[in-house]
Design a protein around this ligand. Sequence first.
Ligand code: TLP
Length: 355
Amino acid sequence: MNEVFIDLRSDTVTRPTPAMRRAMAEAEVGDDVYGEDPTVNRLEQRAAEIMGKEAALFVPTGTMGNTIAVKLHTRHGQEVICEARSHVFNYELSMMAWFSGCVPRPIQGEGGILTWERIRDEIRPLAPHYAPTGLIELENTHNMAGGAVYPTAVVDEICDRAHELGLAVHLDGARIFNAAAFLGQPVDRLAAKVDTVMFCLSKGLGAPAGSMLCGRAEAIDQARLYRKRLGGGMRQVGVLAAAGLIALEEHPRLLSCDHANARFLAEGLAAIPGIRVSPAVTNIVIIDVSATGFTSSELSARFKQKGVLVNGINARQMRLLTHYDVDRAACERALKAIREAVTSDTCARRETAET
Ligand code: TLP
């Protein structure tokens, strides 16, 4: 995308930093399918250490990490409990059905956050009419709930109770480092009780590609085979792991800047007529634009004309994400452009909408 745009569509859009590019150019590599890429091995070891798990697997995408996790914990014909707006249910092309033969059992969480109370009544035993529950899946931070963060005690309780029933818990921690920055707790504490956790190097942490799936050594050995089945055996991929290592070691401490920028954006957006803002907790701001008289796709086009990229979630809602490539000055410019795009003929549009 052209340099002139301020890109708030996602935190996936960051480009590798100069340090990452240098590390990529200099990376020691080998064939990772033979386990011979020293940079990948180092990344997997560090990811496991930082996440407090026995082992980790480098996967090309978060979607592949979640897909493998669902497969690890379930059998065909089971249900996966997840939140109604979760990524695994809404944005992964039914991978849990396609690869694992499972159906989702989506449950509405309060602000995107599930509790054991909400989950408990949805757990199904094998019975003449039921598909039994195979897995509980949580998302922290919760993307479409505006970057909402799970209180760690809530995750712990879900895991404890699930384990008592012999059920595993997988955490989609695509943005778990944002949750950790918000809570002021280390990521291994947040993920202490989950059976597997996937996190993305390529979102807030800024790497060009890659995610990690972490868990028990035996599970990760099995996951390596599923990755190969999915076509994810990546050979001399130390060139990407090198950027991932920088993302993992250096970038978590920068995330609170993104959070401050998101709050700044949220406050500015709330002052624009017709825009309703959900509280910005981490780096995601969700706005309802219905009272502007424009649909979100109309606004996307208008913002783009003014140099700002924002995607709609649906006709009424839009999502803005802060990340390494947008600083405070860019947020200020974005707010100015958004205000102009919304207010230039809002009144006229509103009158039209009301008649
Ligand atoms: N999220 C992307 C889009 O797919 C919506 C984004 O722009 O936010 N879990 C969560 C919570 C995610 O937000 C995403 C990507 C994934 C998993 C999948 O990661 P990738 O894109 O690497 O497959």
